[in-house]
Design a protein around this ligand. Structure first.
Ligand code: KIV
Length: 270
């Protein structure tokens, strides 16, 4: 079995992830419930309980109204379903506006779920928050580049790292997060040259989404990659299957069998 298809056999820890930089690409997907977390268990290195659930599960237009209670509820479900991947709870918008607010909420994440880390969006302006958490024994995954929690303030989603000046800013952000103790950084929606420059500039792993091949790992939102979220498809999303179509076809079969009194047939009756 090649390294690229092997199952993850042991619990993935922060140390495992640190050692993978430059050795083996890190795989990460999102999950929001125990059912899918169980399907992913042993097949990916990390699971992110992303605040993207606010869009794909709750049907909102952006992630901004996700709450700490919501993130805790879904992370508990994911932890019930998966035991091997490193599980990260995404801190929602407004839950880390100050060091004390961040500490209070991230402490809840550790005490009320089995997540091993939390994720925070922001670069050098958030380094003090990241430091406050890591100094209090809470592991942090950073998130720079295109940051969905900034969508209203930025007036939309914008690909980053097109010019040298912006690449330099992103590198500064990554270095500040590394110095603050982040164990890895999600790099979203940046030109691949920028992602490479960031990855080369720091010693902790980068996990790309819409950031090309040069990151130390990749993350995708499960409902995007399996074709369940149909509202829009960003260029970087590869649909590995058409989940929505599969469900529609089979739902049609079910409803027609019920209408025609074919289901339940003998084998499904006590
Ligand atoms: O919320 C989320 O799913 C994320 C990923 C896009 C990285 O932050």
């Amino acid at each position: 079995m090649s390294i690229h298809t092997k199952k993850v056999a042991k619990k993935v820890t922060l140390r495992t992830i640190a050692k993978m930089k430059g050795v083996e690409p890190i795989t990460m997907v999102t999950a929001y419930d125990a059912l899918f977390a169980k399907l992913f268990d042993g097949h990916v290195d990390m699971i992110l309980v992303g605040d993207s659930l606010n869009m794909s599960f709750l049907g909102k237009d952006d992630t901004l109204s996700a709450t700490m209670d919501q993130m805790i509820y879904h992370t508990q479900a994911v932890c019930n379903g998966a035991s091997l991947p490193l599980i990260v709870l995404d801190m929602p918008f407004g839950s880390y506006t100050s060091k004390s607010e961040a500490l209070k909420n991230a402490t809840r994440a550790y005490q009320e779920t089995n997540a091993q880390a939390v994720k925070i969006e922001g670069g050098k302006e958030r380094a003090n928050i990241v430091k406050a958490l890591t100094e209090n024994s809470i592991a942090v995954l950073g998130h720079i580049g295109l940051m969905p929690q900034f969508v209203r303030a930025d007036g939309g989603y914008r690909v980053r790292g097109k010019e040298k000046t912006d690449i330099d800013l992103l590198i500064e952000d990554a270095k500040a997060l590394e110095a603050a103790g982040a164990f890895a950084i999600v790099v979203e929606g940046v030109k691949s040259e920028a992602a490479k420059a960031i990855t080369d500039a720091i010693t902790i792993p980068t996990i790309g989404i819409g950031a090309g091949l040069e990151c130390d790992g990749q993350v995708l939102v499960w409902s995007d990659m399996f074709g369940f979220f149909e509202e829009f498809k960003p260029k970087f999303v590869k649909r590995y299957c058409n989940g929505a179509e599969l469900i529609r076809e089979n739902l049609k079969k079910y409803t027609s069998e019920v209408k025609n009194r074919e289901f339940p047939s003998k084998e499904y009756i006590y």
